[in-house]
Design a protein around this ligand. Structure first.
Ligand SMILES: *Cc1c(COP(=O)(O)O)cnc(C)c1O
Length: 426
């Protein structure tokens, strides 16, 4: 077979995510990755502006993570995690407990973000049930939220803007609220909790930045309001830090910026530094203790086949080493400054509604309909991997990106949006 025979043969048999297969441009064949670059089969390389769906925080092919995975595969690639445990998972659990605020200290491992949210929902609902409160089964979520693609998590995504309106009739019905940003919205949120508390198990929020629902940002004060309102109404709080966790917004975990401790936190995306699938649902002590008792029915009945995969746990431990040894949070602060300097002026381009920056996230929101296929293709032509969704063009680069590479990414956004503005004007 020559170098791209696999491409033509395989494209006939693959089904791609979030893609209209009839009209989308053909996907780009990748042969290797290194640093912040994605190398294509035709020899070109693209600067990755979005860290492979927000995972590759240390860039690609980091030698320390690679060595840890190789070392682990030689001894113990996988073993089931019921009745058996292993060093990589237990070391990782202890390290996460030490890094997380407060008494977030019991770690349940899964293999994807969506499933870690499903586990958090089960924990929250059963927490109440184990105490005889069987009515508390509903979840409150926020407009513009995104918590995953499975059925329970789809039901927590923005019903209008989310990708999942199609399945509304097959999903559990949950309660949507507005983020308490203004005093009026705070009063409205308190009213929702107050009137619904008896049937609500938990409130779920993506702290500081709502990602896939549109890169909407709120401040620490809003988060504190959510936490205090939950406490006042005796409702659990779940922080979905699958996107924000591990430094992305400027602190190791976004909830730290507000000084709050959720009852349950979900982690995934950057947990293994973008190398292997792994997620963790971490519960506070009182949540875990509500599952203890003589009745076997009080136990948490969940257990993905590949949970706590040793390779993934070894990669996550190596990624945490890098957070200890390298100035990752300083790098995030530098990226934030550079994004402010080089992306903010997109506001002046016609058709741009807003520019938002937080930590190593820069989002440009467009007004009007956008030609996603055209924009994506144009970015690739310019040698950058930037993949707008909805009406947002955004950057979430690896934390190790060089200043010049980040400038190239920002310049590409200016150029492509400028070209679009010219087309709109005609
Ligand atoms: C990506 C994401 C998820 C879903 O994670 P998967 O691994 O894709 O299932 C859930 N919540 C947030 C905030 C995310 O960014």
């Amino acid at each position: 077979m020559n170098s791209t025979d696999w491409l033509d043969a395989g494209l006939e048999h693959i089904w791609l995510p979030y893609t209209q297969m009839a009209t989308a441009n053909p996907p780009l064949p990748v042969v290797s990755t290194e640093g912040c670059r994605i190398r294509l089969a035709d020899g070109r390389s693209l600067i990755d502006g979005i860290s492979s769906w927000w995972t590759a925080c240390h860039g690609y092919n980091d030698a320390h993570i690679r060595t840890a995975i190789v070392h682990q595969i030689e001894r113990l690639p996988h073993v089931m995690f019921a009745g058996l445990v292993h060093e990589p998972a237990l070391t990782l659990a202890k390290r996460l407990a030490d890094l997380l605020p407060g008494d977030l200290e019991r770690v349940f491992f899964t293999e994807s973000g969506s499933v870690s949210v499903e586990v958090a929902l089960k924990m929250a609902i059963q927490y109440w049930r184990n105490q005889g409160q069987t009515e508390r089964t509903r979840i409150i979520y926020f407009r513009h939220g995104y918590h995953g693609d499975t059925f329970a998590t789809m039901a927590l995504c923005d019903p209008e803007e989310g990708m999942h309106a199609l399945f509304a009739d097959s999903m559990p019905s949950q309660i949507m609220a507005e983020l308490p940003i203004t005093p009026e919205m705070t009063a409205a949120f308190a009213r929702v909790l107050n009137t619904q508390a008896a049937r609500v198990a938990a409130v779920i929020v993506e702290p500081l930045v709502q990602g896939a629902g549109g890169m909407k940002m709120h401040d620490a004060e809003c988060l504190r309001t959510i936490a205090s309102t939950c406490r006042a109404n005796d409702t659990l709080l779940i922080c979905d830090e699958i996107m924000t966790g591990f430094g992305r917004t400027g602190t190791l975990f976004a909830c730290e910026a507000a000084g709050i401790v959720p009852d349950i936190i979900c982690l995934s995306k950057a947990l293994t530094g973008g190398t292997l699938p792994l997620a963790a649902t971490v519960a506070r002590k009182h949540i875990f203790e509500a599952f203890l008792g003589d009745d076997p029915g009080m136990a948490l009945m969940h257990g993905p086949t590949y949970m706590a995969n040793p390779l993934a746990c070894a990669a996550a431990n190596a990624s945490l080493d890098l957070f200890e040894r390298k100035p990752r949070l300083e790098q995030v602060a530098a990226i934030e400054q550079q994004l402010s300097a080089e992306l903010s002026s997109c506001r002046e381009i016609a058709g741009v509604a807003d520019v938002r920056i937080k930590g190593a996230i820069g989002a440009v929101e467009l007004s009007g309909a956008i030609d996603l296929n055209g924009l994506r293709q144009r970015f690739a032509e310019l040698g950058v991997w930037i993949r707008p969704f909805g009406n947002v063009v955004y950057l979430m680069p690896p934390f190790v990106i060089h200043e010049a590479e980040l400038s190239t990414l920002c310049a590409a956004i200016h150029q492509v949006l400028g070209e679009r503005a010219a087309t709109l004007a005609n």
